[in-house]
Design a protein around this ligand. Structure first.
Ligand SMILES: O=c1[nH]cnc2c1ncn2[C@@H]1O[C@H](CO)[C@@H](O)[C@H]1O
Length: 327
C-alpha cells in the first residue's frame, strides 16, 4: 500500500511588528506562506507608537480575514523605560499605513503583554517557535528578563536589525530598529538564543521596482491590491531619501529568511550594540577569529548568524508569488 508523503510540519511563527507599510507586506506574505503557521502578532513602537501598532496589526488581520490570530500588545517604552521614542511617521505616514485612514478595527488585543505571550508560547512549544522581529527588540528583551529559560526555549529569532559593514538609515551609524532601543538589542543579541540577523546591508539589495508594483496592482489578489493602496507614500519617501523609484523590502525579506533560509548566506560571530554616544545603535560584529590581547566586551558572548549575501531576485519573486497566488 502506498501512502502519500505527509507535508512537513509548519513552522510556528510569532511576528513582532510595528506596522508599518513593509510590516504589512511581511504579515501578508506570512499568512500566504504554507510553510508557516502564524500563531500570534506582538506589537512594538518604531514605525508608529505601540497603541497604533496594535490597532494596525488588528486591522491587517481583519483585512486578511484572519482574526483567529491573537495580537498581544507590546511595550510602550524602551527596556530602560525611556518614553522619548523615535517614530518613523515620515516613512509610513501618521497612521503607519500610508495615510489611508482605515476605520478602526472591531477586534481587540488579548489580555496578555507581548513579553508574557512570547514566554508562554516558548514554554508551550519548546524549540518550535520562531519569532520574526521586525521592530525594536524591546519585547524580546523583556521576555529574556521575564524568563531566564526563554533564550533556550525559543526556537529561533529572526531579526530585521543592524547595518553590518554599511551605513545605517537613521544616521551613518545606526539602523532604525536597533536605534529604537539599543539596550534591548544588546540584551537580545547576547542572550544565547538561536539568532539570525538580517541587516540593511541585505535588505537594501531587495527592491520592489515600479514594474513589480504595477504587476501587483493588476493582479486580482486582495492582498496585493491592499498593499498597492498603502505603498504610495513609501515610494515617495524612497524617492526623497535615496533618489530611487523602487522601495526596499526590509520586512518581507526578513520574513522570507524564516520561510527559506537558503535565500541568504550567513556568517557567524558575536554582535554587540553601542548604547551611547554619537554611534548609539551601531551593531559591531566580531568574527571571533582573532585572539585579542585583552578581554573585550565581545569575549565569551554567544554567537549569532548574520546574513552576508542574498539572492535578491529570488526574494522579490517569492514575495510576488505569495501575494499574487490564488487562495
Ligand atoms: O530612514 C528611516 N528612518 C526610520 N525608519 C526607517 C527608515 N528607512 C526605513 N525605515 C524603517 O525601518 C526598518 C528598517 O530599518 C523598516 O521597517 C523600515 O520601514
Amino acid at each position: 500500500m502506498s501512502m502519500a508523503a505527509s507535508p512537513p510540519p509548519k513552522k510556528k511563527v510569532i511576528i513582532d511588528t510595528d506596522p508599518g507599510i513593509d510590516d504589512a507586506m511581511a504579515i501578508f506574505v506570512a499568512l500566504r506562506s504554507p510553510e508557516l503557521e502564524v500563531i500570534g502578532l506582538t506589537t512594538i513602537f518604531g514605525n508608529v507608537y505601540t497603541s497604533l501598532a496594535t490597532r494596525n496589526a488588528l486591522h491587517l488581520l481583519e483585512a486578511a480575514g484572519r482574526t483567529d490570530i491573537p495580537v498581544a500588545e507590546g511595550s510602550h517604552v524602551t527596556v530602560k523605560k525611556a518614553t522619548k521614542l523615535r517614530i518613523a511617521s515620515f516613512v509610513h505616514g501618521s497612521d503607519g499605513l500610508g495615510n489611508q485612514n482605515f476605520p478602526p478595527p472591531a477586534s481587540k488585543p488579548i489580555d496578555q503583554s507581548a513579553a508574557a505571550f512570547l514566554v508562554e508560547q516558548a514554554n508551550l512549544y519548546p524549540g518550535q517557535v520562531t519569532v520574526v522581529a521586525l521592530g525594536p527588540l524591546t519585547n524580546l528583551a523583556l521576555a529574556v528578563e521575564l524568563d531566564p529559560s526563554f533564550a533556550s526555549k525559543i526556537g529561533q529569532i529572526v531579526i530585521l536589525g543592524g547595518a553590518y559593514s554599511v551605513n545605517g538609515n537613521v544616521n551613518p551609524a545606526a539602523e532604525a530598529n536597533i536605534f529604537g532601543d539599543p539596550d534591548a538589542a544588546d540584551i537580545v543579541f547576547t542572550c544565547g538564543a538561536d539568532i539570525l540577523a538580517v541587516g540593511i546591508n541585505i535588505t537594501h539589495q531587495v527592491v520592489l521596482s515600479d514594474i513589480d508594483r504595477k504587476k501587483l496592482e493588476q493582479s486580482d489578489s486582495k492582498y496585493a491590491r491592499y498593499l498597492c493602496k498603502i505603498v504610495g507614500l513609501y515610494y515617495d519617501y524612497h524617492m526623497d531619501a535615496y533618489s530611487t523609484t523602487g522601495v526596499y523590502l526590509h520586512d518581507p525579506t526578513t520574513l522570507l529568511a524564516a520561510v527559506n533560509p537558503s535565500l541568504m548566506t550567513y556568517t557567524e560571530g558575536v554582535v554587540r550594540v553601542q548604547t551611547e554616544g554619537i554611534s548609539k545603535g551601531l551593531t559591531v560584529f566580531d568574527n571571533t577569529k582573532k585572539t585579542y590581547g585583552e578581554i573585550t566586551a565581545w569575549s565569551g558572548k554567544p554567537t549569532v548568524k548574520v546574513a552576508v549575501t542574498v539572492d535578491a531576485p529570488a526574494v522579490v519573486e517569492l514575495m510576488m508569488q505569495r501575494l499574487i497566488m490564488d487562495d
